[in-house]
Structure formats: C-alpha cells, structure tokens
Design a protein around this ligand. Sequence first.
Ligand code: PYL
Length: 285
Amino acid sequence: MTRLTEELIKDVPSKVNSLDEELIEKIGMDMREFACYSMGVKKKDIVFEDYSVAIVPVTSGQGVIGGFSASVAAAAESLGMHSFVTRSCDVMGISEAFSSAADIIFMADDDRFIALNTRTRSFADNIWATAKGYVTALSLADGGLKGKRVLVIGAGRVGSEAVRILMKEGASVEVTDIIPRRAEDLQRRHKGVKARPNVDDAISDNRLILNASPGLISGKLIQKGAVISSPGVPYAFDEEGEKRAKVIIHDVLSLGVAVMAAASVSLSLFNIPAAGVVAERLVIE
Ligand code: PYL
C-alpha cells in the first residue's frame, strides 16, 4: 500500500464537505449514510455524535506524516463524531486518549492503521475498510455487482481484500498486476478468479474496475462508460480517462476512515465482545 505523504493529504481536511456532495452525485448518498450502508446498518442506527474519537500520532518506523492525524480527525468529525488529536504520541498518546475517555482510538504505524473501540475492544482495520468501502461504492455506482465482471488492478493488500469481497458479492473477478505472479497467486487462492497477465489488455476489456494500484492509467485504455472505484494513491486518471469513464470514485483517506468508524461502532451495536473486523472475519480474541 502506498505510504501517504504530507503533499498527498494536504487537502483532506478542506475537502471532506465537497466529498459529501461528490458522493451524493456518484452513489446517491453522503459519507455518513455510505459508512453505515457499507456496514449493513441504517443511517439512524449509528449516532456518530455519541462518540468521542482520539487520533494518536505514532512515531515508529518512518515516523509521523504531517497532517495525517489531523486528516483522520477531520474525516471523523465530518461524520458527526467529536474528534481530537492527542498532544502526545505513541504510548503517552494512548494513555491520554484513555484518560480523555475516548470511545474510539485511531492509530497507524507503517504497517497497520486501526480504529479501536475502547468499550467493546472491537477494532476495524484500514485495509479491510478501504476494500469494503470501494467495493460497496462500485456496487452502488452500478446498481449491484452480482454476476457482473469486475477487474481489480493491483494484487497488493487492498486489491487482494477487494478480490475476496467481490467474490462474496457474486461478481466474476479478474485481477491484474504489474507483477503477474501476484495476480496468479490470487487466481490460485480464489476459485474462479482469473489472472490477466497483460495489464493494458485487462483494463481495455473491462467496464467495471476497482483500481487498487499506485500506477497512472492511460485514459486511452478506459472503456467509454466505465465505472471505476479507485482507492489507489496517487490518483491514477488523466483527462482522457475522466472523459471516457461514466464515474470515477476516488479519495485519499476519508472513505476508508468513514468505514472504519462505522465498523468500530457498529460491532459494539451488535455487542460482539472482543471482536475485530480484520477482513469481515470476526477475530474473537
Ligand atoms: C493508512 C494509509 C492509507 C494509505 N497508506 C497508509 C499509510 O500511509 N500508512 C502509514 C501511516 C503512518 C502514520 C504515522 C502517523 O502520522 O501517525 N505513523
């Protein structure tokens, strides 16, 4: 998964509201309703205003990304949650979050980004939430995916999770990656998935696309009327691609955070103690 940079996320806080309007236009619901929908609950079922959210900057590995915690806080706040970034980082920050009685704690190191529910000990993982969110958005944008062919570009952690979720949705899945072996691995792991060795041919052959790769995609490859859900960072499409596609759904961080927020809350609604939603497999500790 691409490591975010200060440059890539600098507009997230100012864009959260315009993202709502964009989502309404593309999938018929705002982020709050979408986050609930992606978890199979109604918008009225989750009162986001009831939850306080702490974001703890983590200095391990390559360290803090300027603006990352503030961007997560802005995304949570746009759902109605009361969010704050802890003054301290790491363990001190976690203790500050607990002393402030935060219901949900968001924190990310270089490998994992989770939303931990301090009441139920359930947690949501960003890889799963991003895959789940963008598959759900693709489904909403095209009126369902059952029996339809969908191409996943990128067999990394988000792309692999998206393949698994798409299979569960009853889609017929093709997968392509610049490293053909990674697509072939998914073909072996998931009965019925078809690995496409040639990335360009795969893109040209498919109207429905979930792009989970960091690469730029030439608009000349995009089918007229294509419906594209694209968690891939940085944004992959040129003017030609935007002209040809019917819709392209993309954002850098907020959509995944919104699904994490809904997941970490809705599991407590289901009152499943000590459960983590890692990839829709409830991890009962
Ligand atoms: C969670 C993002 C989504 C895409 N790539 C993932 C990434 O960049 N992970 C690293 C996040 C590091 C955050 C840093 C901080 O500011 O707390 N430890």
